[in-house]
Design a protein around this ligand. Structure first.
Ligand SMILES: Cc1cc2nc3c(=O)[nH]c(=O)nc-3n(C[C@H](O)[C@H](O)[C@H](O)COP(=O)(O)O)c2cc1C
Length: 442
């Protein structure tokens, strides 16, 4: 038999050393620098897709879509605040910084949220007049970095969110590279232009829940006890973190899972620190229930929420509302194939572009370049976001009606089953077709 006819094995890639891993080793070897990027986790993790709803049939009674109401509104901050927030939909816009995002993008988020009757949130780097002007309900983030922190802006906000951590990087601080520090961003952060900025990973003036309680009281005093105070944590030890946030006096707890987006973080951090939101909601709800605070202290969850089914599942597991970051940016126009040629010029493609820290975003969203940023029309982008928010709400409503619920908040774990043993154990719902919840004693 000559060589040409000798049967050969096909070239076979290692599952451990797959092409991405090989490329990353080569990149690290060539540069000596870790990879920084935006976005959330890229590998598949247990998520809401691993859950299914049990629609009503004989043993349950569905609601008629065209005639029977299914309410979607939510109150946030009912524990202590004199002026709690009332939203038409439980889908809110997560905190994303001016600096990470262009001023146009921040304005568009405010416009979209306002049309949809929901809230949007500032971020590291402070409040822009455009976003305050266009946001009917604006949550002001109070972050470890204190970049852009201004007591006057706190008073202009409708709620305050004390950020302790983010799902993409619990325990880590932010990064804003010099390319994105324009004159305006530098002035708002009172830091030099063009120099890389690293945000602190912990607050300068408190170390634990007792200090946090004092800080929260200080913020209440500044705002005359009017505004709800949220506490945002990245999902790691949700039972204890939520219990301590409640003890410290939070009106609302925001829990962000590891799939959550970031503007710029080390890839190794994004992919390997924290737990999926699917695994975090039930322990968080358990903490609230054990303290007699479920529905009294509201729980907002985030991290990879994309559609109305995700919203409905998060609510069924016990959340009061959700927050979206990445999906909102996509609705504005992020990673849009219309910029295919520009993405190709950056060595990537629409849908995969994640070098948000470089500030060269062809869609004008994660950039401070005036020419690129001017590509985003805040009015049109805001309208797209509002449409998307309406769809999320309608989809969640459709599912709730099919489960016989007259309010999204009436969805419950009993409406869900899991497709995998992992998801069943994490979400504490039965594996489909069984009554088995792994890890639970009966
Ligand atoms: C571009 C961008 C900027 C962000 N900036 C902040 C920030 O300044 N403060 C913060 O608490 N979280 C920040 N986040 C995280 C979001 O608030 C939120 O937790 C996360 O995006 C939710 O996950 P999702 O993107 O999968 O919806 C940012 C996220 C993105 C995508």
């Amino acid at each position: 038999m000559d060589n040409a006819q000798t049967p050969r094995t096909l070239p076979r890639f290692s599952a451990t050393f797959d092409p991405h891993t090989l490329a990353e080793i080569r990149r690290a070897a060539a540069t000596g620098i870790y990879d920084i990027r935006g976005g959330g986790t890229k590998r598949a993790l247990p998520h809401f897709d691993d859950l299914l709803f049990l629609g009503a049939s004989v043993s349950r009674y569905p609601l008629e879509g065209y005639r029977e109401k299914c309410a979607t509104d939510v109150w946030l901050g009912t524990r202590f605040a004199k002026k709690p927030i009332h939203l038409k939909t439980p889908v809110t816009i997560a905190g994303m910084s001016f600096g990470a995002l262009s001023a146009q993008a921040k304005e568009a988020l405010g416009r979209g949220a306002t049309i949809a009757g929901t809230s949007t949130t500032t971020g590291d780097g402070g409040m822009t007049p455009e976003e305050r002007g266009q946001s009917q309900t604006l949550v002001y983030q109070y972050l470890p970095s204190r970049y852009g922190m201004n007591p006057d802006d706190i008073r202009k906000a409708d709620a305050i969110e004390v950020v302790i951590g983010q799902g993409a990087k619990p325990g880590g601080g932010g990064m804003l590279l010099g390319q994105k520090i324009s004159d305006r961003v530098a002035a708002m952060r009172t830091l030099p232009k063009g120099i890389d900025q690293r945000s602190a990973c912990r607050h300068p003036d408190w170390t634990g829940p007792d200090d946090l309680e004092i800080k929260i009281e200080e913020l209440r005093e500044i705002t005359d006890w009017e505004k709800p105070i949220y506490v945002k944590v990245g999902a790691t030890r949700p039972y204890y973190d939520v219990a301590l946030a409640v003890k410290s006096g939070a009106d609302v707890v925001v829990l962000d899972g590891m799939q959550g987006g970031t503007a710029a973080t080390q890839d190794v951090f994004i992919e390997h620190v924290g737990i999926p939101i699917l695994a975090a909601i039930r322990p968080a709800v358990q903490a609230l229930q054990d303290l007699g605070m479920h529905r009294k202290v509201q729980l907002i969850v985030s991290g990879g929420i994309r559609n109305g089914a995700d919203v409905a599942k998060a609510l069924a597991l016990g959340a009061d509302a959700v927050a979206i970051g990445t999906a909102a940016l996509v609705a504005l126009g992020d990673n849009d194939p219309r910029w295919a040629a520009d993405y190709a010029a950056l060595g990537t493609e629409a849908g995969a572009y994640d070098d948000w820290h470089e500030g060269r975003d062809p869609a004008g969203i994660t950039t401070q370049d005036p020419d690129l940023a001017s590509r985003l029309d805040p009015v049109a982008a805001g309208r797209r976001l509002a449409n998307y928010l309406a769809v999320l709400t309608l989809e969640a409503q459709t599912i709730a009606r099919a489960c016989g619920k007259s309010h999204l908040h009436n969805l419950e774990p009993e409406d869900l089953v899991a497709l995998t043993i992992e998801a069943a154990a994490m979400a504490r719902v039965p594996l489909a077709g069984t009554s088995w919840i792994p890890g639970q004693q009966f």
